[in-house]
Design a protein around this ligand. Sequence first.
Ligand SMILES: [Zn+2]
Length: 170
Amino acid sequence: MRSIFFMPSDDLAGDAVRHVPLPRKEVCEMLNISGIHEGFVLDHIKAGMSMRIYHDLKLDRLDCPVAIIKNARSNKMGKKDIIKVECPIDALDLDILGYIDHHITVNVIKDDKIVEKKKLHLPKEVHNVIFCKNPRCITSIEQELEHVFVLTDPKQEVYRCKYCEAKFKA
Ligand SMILES: [Zn+2]
């Protein structure tokens, strides 16, 4: 757990911020990437979701600084979580984020600047993120099989097991 720092959300909206005479947008961007030379800032995470993302992105296995900010104030969302990861930008597979919540903003940081804002979308397939619960599915019998779910209805955001077509229910 040594790589997680819990920062109070006041870091983002404290007095020091309010008196900086910059347009709000620029202030936010400066704050979001503070302390990161190369890596990611995942912004607009639904409050309370950051730990799930921490695990699903396997950030616990990375040997690099990770900061999780919970319940930061947000004009748009009321409260939000933010995750900052300092790592080489090819070290993270972010496809999985699209499945978890494609409204998350992915800022890619290089040389202390935001070089890209990635648009997330629902992935067509997810591997070993969600698991088939159908007891008659082959994945229940052959334990070493990958659990693969396919997006069958993008509008309703329905995923079905690739093997038995069972609909995924959270
Ligand atoms: Zn299945």
